[in-house]
Design a protein around this ligand. Structure first.
Ligand SMILES: Cc1cc2nc3c(=O)[nH]c(=O)nc-3n(C[C@H](O)[C@H](O)[C@H](O)COP(=O)(O)OP(=O)(O)OC[C@H]3O[C@@H](n4cnc5c(N)ncnc54)[C@H](O)[C@@H]3O)c2cc1C
Length: 493
């Protein structure tokens, strides 16, 4: 499979020989989608491929860090949907330790630092969210135009008026999509999220399981990758950054910071953020129909801040919502990482974690760790008084600032149409295929989205290899629906 037509490039230093590697398929990116594609080829007896990954490990956005002596998840954390969800199947296969989490085990602290009971208002929000979801599915079935989630929330009766309302909405909506209701699509978000996994993965599959396994969430993906690449397998090209992808109807040439790869086919699994930032050069440029779809979609940012304390001063519930009066959602949704069933209560290693989204996340990511700590402590003192201890550790992942990710996960915004998304996924010349979580219409944002799209790209290529390339759909131009308004002759109702 892999021949080394070795050419020494003049620009390289002595000893660093650039190789030209010939292969049938180049899988670009070693995250969950890349691993799933590699596994699919292997299980189908197709072993002529390489996988190119810029980092020194596989797993992509499944990443851990250490805080004190606890391994924490800085990227994906939940198995979202159980039953036949492939991520759940891997959880079972590798006996991954998880905690059942509940979104109703909550404490509320108002803008004056007073503990209050906002359960009724939270229940009201949850009811309205349910109605909004039904509305989205109905409108989709009737081919009605999309609405923003904000408009849909308002139509169904949710008009936030207090800082606590904002905290409830931020927890009940932004925490899932990574963005605010203003930008989110009603119809496509109704297809995604819980609506998808509750129905798709068999009976009672709507559970969210938080990974607390000290091997890390990444363990299950590393193990699946190890089924494909044995130690020293040269097909796994770690520490190798893709610089450009040249494609035509005969094949693909990939230039990396080390070698040139000449392949019959390629699968890109780079995040939507990476594709949008033009971190990889395309030759020729991506066609307009592809670019329109890619730029219309959103790469959301979800930034966790983990603080480690010598003692525990917060409530023994799973989540505490703070009604931040100054900025909606900022340092608002706090998760007790030592809640019953989570990490054990260990002396000197108590972890309180707060999640920020969109503009709040960009703000947090722009600060140094000590600035984040100072801001978070100011909030915590408003919540619990001045006598709380200083943190002994802090971890702030910065997904948007990382050029290999440029955000956390994708979100379907108002304005992106079904056809735009099909254009995002459509292959180029049946030679370059697109996989990764953002390419999944039903499970964008989720690990299962990455897993399914990787497998599907590999299976399409397998058919192409057998000269039975499946037909792909794309839309050279997308037009607005020309629905006429209902004409009301006399009174407008
Ligand atoms: C903070 C956070 C929380 C999340 N929470 C959850 C959750 O609870 N549940 C859930 O289901 N999902 C969650 N997700 C989403 C989930 O992690 C992703 O959907 C999934 O990991 C995406 O996998 P992927 O293979 O599509 O992309 P990636 O993991 O991004 O893989 C692409 C790979 O390409 C590599 N790469 C990029 N550029 C280059 C280049 N130029 N050359 C070579 N390699 C390159 C990257 O290093 C990366 O390894 C979360 C994500 C984040 C960040």
């Amino acid at each position: 499979m892999k021949t080394f037509g070795v050419i020494a490039l003049a620009t390289l230093s002595v000893g660093a020989l650039a190789e030209t590697i010939h292969t049938k398929v180049a899988i670009l990116g070693g995250g969950v989608a890349g691993i799933s594609a590699a596994l699919n080829f292997t299980l189908n007896g197709m072993n002529d491929f390489v996988m190119v990954e810029a980092r020194d490990v596989v797993g992509g956005r499944a990443q851990t860090a250490k805080l004190g002596n606890t391994t924490i998840e800085i990227g994906c954390n939940w198995v979202q949907g159980t039953g036949t969800n492939p991520i759940n199947q891997l959880r079972l296969k590798y006996d991954l330790k998880t905690a059942v989490t509940s979104s109703s085990d909550l404490a509320y602290i108002d803008e004056h630092g007073k503990k209050v009971n906002a359960t009724d208002r939270m229940n009201e929000f949850n009811d309205i969210r349910g109605k909004m979801q039904d509305m989205g599915l109905k409108r989709l079935a009737a081919n009605q135009v999309d609405l923003s989630s904000r408009a849909a929330l308002a139509i169904n009766g949710w008009i936030p008026k207090t800082p606590m309302d904002n905290a409830i909405e931020s927890f009940g909506y932004d925490l899932e999509t990574g963005e605010t209701a203003e930008v989110g699509s009603l119809e496509f978000s109704s297809l995604n999220g819980e609506a998808s996994y509750v129905t798709d993965f068999g009976p009672n599959s709507g559970e969210n399981l938080m990974v607390i396994d000290q091997r890390g969430f990444k363990y299950i993906f590393e193990q699946e990758a190890a089924r494909v690449f044995k130690k020293g397998d040269k097909r796994l090209m770690l520490n190798t950054k893709v610089k450009s992808i040249a494609y035509n109807n005969k094949g693909v040439t990939i230039t990396t910071d080390k070698d040139t790869i000449i392949a019959d086919y390629a699968i890109t699994t780079f995040s939507l953020g990476v594709l949008q930032h033009r971190d990889v050069e395309w030759v020729p440029e991506l066609p307009d129909w592809k670019v329109e779809g890619l730029y219309g979609f959103h790469m959301a940012t979800y930034t966790k801040v983990f603080l480690e304390f010598p003692t525990k001063f917060w409530d023994d519930v799973e989540m505490t919502l703070y009604a931040n009066p100054n900025r909606s959602g900022l340092y608002s949704a706090w998760q007790n990482m030592n809640a019953p069933g989570y990490f054990p209560n260990k002396k000197d290693n108590y972890i309180f974690m707060v999640t920020n989204f969109q503009d709040n996340a960009y703000h947090v990511e722009s600060l140094t760790d000590s600035q984040v700590q100072a801001e978070a402590m100011e909030i915590l003192k408003k919540m619990y008084g001045n006598d709380i201890p200083e943190p002994v550790g802090i971890v702030v992942p910065r997904w948007t600032q990382d050029p290999l990710f440029r955000g956390s996960y994708s979100n379907w915004p108002i304005g992106e149409l079904d056809q735009h998304h099909e254009n995002m996924v459509a292959p180029l010349n049946n030679r370059v295929f697109f996989a990764g979580e953002a390419m999944s219409k039903r499970y964008y944002g989720f690990l299962q989205g990455a897993w399914f799209t990787g497998a599907s790209a590999a299976s399409n290529i397998n058919q192409c290899i057998k000269k039975r390339c499946p037909t792909a759909t794309y839309y050279p131009k997308i037009f607005n629906a020309k629905a006429k308004g209902v004409q009301v002759k006399r009174n407008v109702v």
